[in-house]
Design a protein around this ligand. Structure first.
Ligand code: SAH
Ligand code: SF4
Ligand code: F3S
Length: 509
């Protein structure tokens, strides 16, 4: 079924026999279930750029007197989608609230990356059941990456009938329609397009805070690492046009934002999908660095597409920060091959060498998966040795979690869970050791901090991040919130730095 056919009909019954048998008793007003199989297809649909999003007059005022609450799980992409949905809610007349207690609509913007991410959401849905019983008028919705999975939608249909709506990552702009259907219908509204994806430009956004902002530069992922669900939940790689990105960054700079993070699952593939021009992430960064905003970051980099030109541009420094998040996943070429990462240990190390040569001060962070199916002790040790060799500043470390529908989930796995847990602990000990060692080097030095606000643990202390993304706590007047200040580091903890504000910079790093 293509998108147009889907759009034409609001009453679609499940097409395959299994779902008909299981779910015919539920009559959905809108039933557009996800299909991981369809989501896997690539290259047949053209990316369409839409600039014509508008709120239909008939939906205006829908939210008058009502409040919405969105809980976000997962990565920055999801955080940013929440900002878009918040923008749509406000355009509909809703007010924002930060508690479920007085919300009229509750959305869970979910993440499917690992099983424990999904368990958290199912746990939360369990809690919300009582709330829905007390207040039947409450609307509860599930969106984000989990809603792109058939198994999740089926489980919600079977076990969480108090959910009013499920919609997918390609359906965010349809929120007004989905809400309107949910108000009219007594049944669950399900609208999940399993398409390759479009680019929708002029969606409203309400940003969290006025100091740092996220800007999508591309969507989706075509890498299909064998363990990963993202290419199925987010559609194919598709880039926003440079002029749209530059305009958004300029606008944010004019509004006084100090730090912009360019977002994509695999930002190094930026521009590969343009048929009319050769234009990559290096070209984009070279233009964006000329915009008057203090710091520009980007995430996430895939080592495979990280080209020399990008390194050359990043080496120009200025507002381009010298911190690169470069997920390696494993230090073993054999494991990397089975993961389909499309680089090996040597290539990764070459890239690290090139980056360090061009940007000697660069700080590198990474993501690592331990306990991939059949990972041997020797292969795990290769990850440990690579970590030592690169001396990453820090890392996100994970135990491999099988994701239904991905190739790795079908692999036999001879590594017991206790062994995986033990490897994770050993790796984390190394990560902490090197992080502490690196932070120790900051003692007595002066760093530039973008002050974000009061520290979470102590309101008498302010907190902010350095260019290399180190969290710094220090005492100063609240008037410096939102500004870049110089802080002398007095003490290094394992993950954070404590210091005091200074007027003059001795050395800024
Ligand atoms: N696009 C980014 C990663 C996005 S997901 C990249 O390719 O680098 C963030 C991290 O989650 C990944 O880097 C990986 O380390 C981890 N991850 C993804 N799938 C996983 C799985 N099935 N089990 C455990 N960790 C996983
Ligand atoms: Fe997942 Fe790999 Fe794509 Fe990253 S590059 S989102 S790990 S498939
Ligand atoms: Fe999770 Fe989806 Fe992001 S699976 S990590 S929210 S792209």
């Amino acid at each position: 079924m293509n998108e147009n056919q889907r759009l034409e009909s609001t009453q679609v019954t499940p097409s395959d026999k299994k779902s008909e048998k299981d779910y015919s008793k539920y009559f959905q007003t809108v039933y557009m279930p996800p299909s991981l199989k369809d989501a896997k297809k690539r290259g047949k649909e053209d990316v369409k750029y839409h600039n014509d999003f508008k709120i239909d007059e008939k939906f205006r005022g829908m939210g008058d007197g009502r409040k919405f609450y969105i809980r976000t799980y997962g990565c920055q992409m999801n955080e940013h989608d929440t900002e878009v949905m918040a923008g749509i809610f406000l355009s509909l007349g809703y007010e924002i609230t930060d508690t479920v207690d007085d919300a009229h609509v509750i959305l869970l913007n979910t993440c499917a990356i690992r099983e424990n991410a999904e368990n958290k959401v199912f746990g939360e849905l369990g809690h919300l059941k009582a709330l829905k019983r007390e207040r039947p008028d409450l609307l509860i919705g599930v969106c984000g990456c989990m809603s792109q999975e058939e198994s999740v939608v089926n489980k919600i249909l079977q076990k969480h009938q108090h959910v009013d709506m499920i919609f997918g990552t390609h359906n965010i702009h349809r929120l007004p329609h989905i809400l309107s259907e949910a108000y009219l219908s007594k049944e669950m509204v399900i609208e999940v397009w399993s398409k390759e994806g479009d680019v929708i430009e002029n969606l409203p956004k309400v940003r969290k805070g006025n100091i740092k902002a996220w800007v999508n530069i591309m969507y989706g992922c075509d890498k299909f690492c064998t363990y990963c669900i993202v290419p199925y939940t987010r559609g194919k790689e598709r880039s926003r046009r440079p002029e749209d990105i530059i305009q958004e960054v300029r606008h944010l700079a004019a509004q006084g934002y100090k730090e912009i993070t360019l977002l994509g699952q695999n930002v190094n593939a930026y521009g590969k999908d343009f048929e009319d021009m050769k234009y990559g992430l290096g070209d984009l960064m070279d233009e964006i660095r000329k915009i008057d905003v203090a710091r520009i970051r980007f995430t996430t980099s895939h080592p495979r597409d990280f080209d020399d030109y990008l390194i050359e541009v990043l080496a120009k420094g200025g507002n381009l920060v010298d911190h690169i998040h470069l997920p390696v996943q494993s230090g073993s070429s054999e494991v990397l091959k089975i993961m389909a990462r499309k680089y090996d240990r040597e290539r990764y190390m070459d890239l690290v060498r090139k980056i360090k040569e061009a940007i000697p001060n660069a700080s590198l962070t990474t993501d690592i998966i331990v306990g991939f199916p059949n990972e041997t002790e020797e292969q795990f040790e290769e990850t440990m040795s690579l970590y030592r060799e690169v001396e990453f500043d820090s890392a996100y470390t994970f135990i491999y979690s099988p994701r239904e529908g991905t190739p790795a989930a079908k692999m036999q796995d001879n590594v017991p869970m206790e062994v995986k847990k033990d490897r994770l602990q050993r790796l984390n000990a190394l990560v902490n050791e090197i992080s502490a060692k690196k932070l120790k080097e900051y003692e007595g030095k002066v760093v530039e901090v973008l002050v974000e606000g009061e520290s979470k643990n102590n309101p008498d202390v302010l907190a902010g991040y350095t260019r290399k993304n180190k969290l710094v706590n220090f005492k100063a007047s609240k008037s410096v919130i939102g500004q870049l200040v110089k802080v002398k580091v007095l003490e290094a903890k394992t993950w954070t730095l404590n210091g005091e504000m200074v007027e003059e910079a001795a050395e800024v790093r």
